[in-house]
Design a protein around this ligand. Structure first.
Ligand SMILES: Cc1ncc(COP(=O)(O)O)c(C=O)c1O
Length: 391
């Protein structure tokens, strides 16, 4: 008989009843060090007092009005986001996949309004992940995500990650945009080198097409800059955001330049819940912390520490690990053993990590995890690796 929860996930047996900073606690009091942070969502840890205060204050005042009316918290968050980024305008969503939907619509509408309705194609890359909606799976295009769900939304051109010649050749009079994650998350923590991002920006400018960045996983301080593309010194035309921006509350956003957003006039898009007062109150609280240069400097310092410790972990467990890759607090351990075995051995040591493609385990800890917790986490991973090696 089918479970009462649709069985689309194979879940680990743990069940948590409480979160405290970088820790998750089971009903019997067992504490797990959380290096997954809800897959890069709990950017400021669990039950962060500033976020709890923002949410409870808003919950006591007003939950929902719809976008038929002005929403002051939405304006406040849009002001914070536009002040700290390339963007001139923001649309709020509830998830990364909804941000993908709008990014695709916005790019197509841009060209339609410019008198080039044939420019509908969006170029994407192997190993990418942009969500589970029809546009999201068609954008990523992998068999794993699309098989059985056809007919797929047309208009996506899939290229090999890193093949520049193929990219140049794929841009035609029908191309609307290039869509890419600056650091692939689900794909196995694969950063796009800064030079390549610069090259992509130049190519888009030269060909007059839009650059859409998916920063759903790598944004909001995760790589040590507010947004990952800042490392390359470039700006996108459209950017997808979600996960960390809500710190655990479902919130996403699409940020855009005035030009790229020019087609999105009244009535062209909407959302019942997107940008509701609760989500935006939390989003403001998150932004006030993560946009602070001192906070980001500390994230970079801690990320350096973590990376150094992970290099040591790899060196002392050569049968289990092959290397470390990634950026900031978005790191991947490339495994020689089966990644899911390492993740499961971590559960026994009460440390949580997340598997990804390419036999990688992802480390996406809360950005404010302490130095002591990082040291403890790596020592637990070391114990897990010893178990896997001995098996
Ligand atoms: C890069 C990227 N884009 C989009 C998504 C989809 O986001 P959501 O699961 O919030 O719909 C994810 C989720 O993992 C992601 O990592």
């Amino acid at each position: 008989m089918i479970p009462t929860i649709l069985p689309t996930y194979s879940r680990a047996p743990m069940s948590f009843v409480k979160g405290e900073g970088s820790w998750l606690v089971e009903a019997d009091g067992r504490r797990f060090l959380d290096l997954g942070a809800g897959i890069a969502v709990n950017a400021l840890g669990h039950a962060n007092p500033a976020l709890v205060d923002a949410l409870t204050e808003q919950a006591g005042a007003l939950w929902h009005t719809s976008n038929l009316y002005q929403i002051p918290k939405q304006q406040e968050l849009a002001d914070l986001l536009t002040e700290h980024t390339f963007a001139y305008t923001v649309f709020f969503t509830n998830s990364g996949t909804e941000s993908c939907e709008l990014a695709v619509k916005m790019a197509r509408k841009f060209w339609f309004d410019k008198g080039s309705p044939e420019r509908t194609e969006i170029i994407t890359f192997s190993g990418s992940f942009h969500g589970r909606s029809s546009a999201g799976i068609a954008a990523a295009g992998s068999e794993k995500m699309t098989k059985g769900f056809g007919p797929l939304l047309p208009g996506f051109v899939h290229l090999e990650f890193g093949d520049h010649d193929a990219l140049e050749a794929a841009i035609t009079a029908n191309t609307a945009a290039i869509l890419i994650e600056p650091v692939q998350g689900e794909g196995g923590i694969r950063p796009v080198p800064d030079q390549c991002l610069k090259g992509l920006r130049e190519l888009c400018d030269e060909k007059g097409i839009l650059l859409i960045l998916d920063e759903v996983q790598c944004g909001v301080g995760r790589t040590g800059k507010l947004f990952a593309h800042e490392w390359a010194g470039i700006e996108p035309d459209i950017m997808m955001v979600a996960k960390g921006i809500g710190g655990g509350f479902p919130l996403g956003a699409v940020l855009a330049t005035e030009n790229a957003a020019s087609g999105m006039t009244a009535g062209t898009h909407g959302s019942t819940y997107g940008g509701n007062p609760l989500g935006c109150a939390v989003g403001c609280a998150v932004m006030k912390v993560v946009a602070d240069p001192e906070f980001l400097a500390d994230v970079n310092r801690r990320a350096g520490l973590l990376r150094q410790k992970l290099e040591g972990l790899v060196a002392s467990n050569p049968d289990v690990f092959e290397g470390v890759r990634g950026s900031g607090m978005m790191l991947g351990l490339l495994c020689r053993a089966t990644n899911t075995d390492v993740v499961a051995a971590g559960y026994a040591e009460q440390v949580l990590t997340v598997p990804a493609a390419d036999n990688v385990i992802r480390l996406l800890p809360p950005l404010n995890i302490s130095d002591e917790e990082l040291a403890e986490a790596v020592s637990r991973l070391d114990a897990a690796a010893k178990t896997v090696a001995a098996a």
